[in-house]
Design a protein around this ligand. Structure first.
Ligand code: GLN
Length: 301
């Protein structure tokens, strides 16, 4: 018996719900629509159409993987972020909604503090731990004179950043490097005091919390999540070193995890940064910490 599109969505939702997937209805609709490449309206208009056997087979596989816990974005290979579509795979973290606050802040600061002050050249931005390139691409797309360097330890992530720069039309504004934090920039004097903005959403989950979400721990790359004993390892490494690579007056922009704001702010103050400000996410969690290197500080250019 042939099943209709509407029935398939309903049965998939029931199956996911039975297996404890939250928002089962939305997830089922998303997976079916992505396999059939149909938008919401087309899904509705075609709900009485029969679904072919080949499509059903692919869908069954996907729904069963989803029921076991695999995130939908790894099944479809796609994720929306900041109004754009990003290709994702198991080599990179799935972009999170709250990271849009960090992006928004970088774009705002680039325009308010750097674009007018540096009319003669590009605004130089470094994204540390770029993952699929969501931050780099969103900033490059929205800051006209941005020139972004993106770095990640994972080859897979660097490749995804390049693909996402290409599909989102900003490949001339982004260079992606494979390396550990600042390592791609250490062998030439060019990058000393070079960047106007350094942004990072580093791995910040503490060892004790890493197992809290099975879905996250089992499927997303550990290297993109684990921030050491207290989750602060990467802030401890980035904050002192960024002093050498930031231009005087340059800005450092971090996403932080719940409860980490004060420790990150103290580290920043300890290393001579000022204008330390934090911002909350939609859930009221302190999520972004920003600071500035005083003009005349660092390697100044
Ligand atoms: N920059 C990417 C993001 O914000 C990846 C971050 C990470 O891997 N920790 O989603």
């Amino acid at each position: 018996m042939k099943r209709t599109l509407g029935e398939i969505v309903r049965l998939s939702a029931e199956y996911l719900e039975k297996h404890g997937v939250s928002d089962a209805g939305v997830e089922a609709e998303y997976l079916v629509s992505s396999v059939l490449s149909l938008g919401r309206t087309a899904m509705y208009l075609n709900r009485e159409d029969a679904v072919g056997e080949k499509t059903l087979k692919i869908l069954r596989g996907m729904i069963s993987e989803r029921a076991k816990g695999k995130p939908s974005s790894y099944l479809t290979g796609r994720r929306d972020f900041y109004g754009m579509e990003f290709l994702v795979d198991e080599h990179c973290l799935i972009p999170r909604r709250e990271t849009e606050i960090l992006v928004e802040e970088v774009i705002r600061a680039a325009e308010a503090n750097y674009c007018a002050a540096r009319p003669e050249r590009h605004i130089r931005i470094l994204d540390i731990g770029c993952g699929c390139g969501n931050i780099s691409v969103a900033v490059a797309k929205n800051v006209e004179r941005a020139l972004v360097s993106a770095v990640d330890l994972s080859y897979g992530a660097v490749l995804k950043t390049c693909q996402n720069a290409l599909v989102n039309g900003v490949y001339t504004k982004i260079t992606a490097y494979r390396g550990d934090l600042f390592s791609p920039f250490e062998n030439t004097a060019k990058f000393l005091g070079y960047f106007d903005i350094i942004v990072s959403n580093p791995p910040y989950i503490s060892d004790g919390d890493i197992g809290l979400s099975r879905e996250v721990a089992e499927y997303e790359p550990r290297g993109a999540l684990a921030g050491g004993r207290d989750g602060l390892d990467f802030y401890r490494r980035i904050i002192p070193t960024a002093v050498f690579f930031l231009a005087g007056g340059g800005g450092l922009f971090f996403e932080v995890g719940p409860g980490q704001k004060d420790s990150v702010a103290s580290l920043l103050a300890e290393h001579g940064y000022d204008d330390i400000v934090s911002l909350r996410d939609y859930g009221g969690v302190d999520r972004v910490v920003t600071a500035r290197l005083p003009s005349g500080a660092g390697c100044g250019k």
